[in-house]
Write a protein that binds this ligand. Sequence first.
Ligand SMILES: [Zn+2]
Length: 204
Amino acid sequence: MHELRQALALAVRELYRAGLITPVGGNVSCRAGRGYLITPSGRHKGRLAAKDMVWLDAGGRPVGLGKPSVEAGLHLAIYAKQPEAGAVVHSHGPLSILLGVTGTVISPVSLESVAFVDLPRVPFCLPGSEELAHAAGDALLHSPAALLVNHGAITVGSCLEKAVTLSHALEAAARLSLCLHLLKLPATRLEPDALWLLDSYGIR
Ligand SMILES: [Zn+2]
């Protein structure tokens, strides 16, 4: 359990340094045995240590110290709908947010981008609400990522590393697509069958 706590703390600090999680915005979780580990609520996300992670039992109830993230219900809804999901990242990356609010479509111009061409958008729902948990859980059934309009993004992976890698890849794809949109220039697009290449990149 301690190793998982350390891995989760490391992932959060990495996402924070990359600007994908802000001091108060964003949360990360992973399966831990029959339960889950999740980031705490109300703490500076760039200063979290392994001991700060909150353990939830199989029913999603907190065990021991710490108050779980306000978005714990969102994470639990995804795990309930996807038994194979091992980790969930909810980010507040600025470029993913811009992508969501402008309706800009991801252009398949890079390997990262190809994974997100059919990216679902979840209309704004109050953070921490059941409505958001259900809508996001449904949106992620057929996509490894989803945009939360006016809020952020979510990525789901079979393990913590994959969910984090997807989060970085989504922000990179958003950056490219927004730049391309601003440039208003024609661009060579990758063919959809380039998707198989993503396996070697660990982003599918
Ligand atoms: Zn959020």
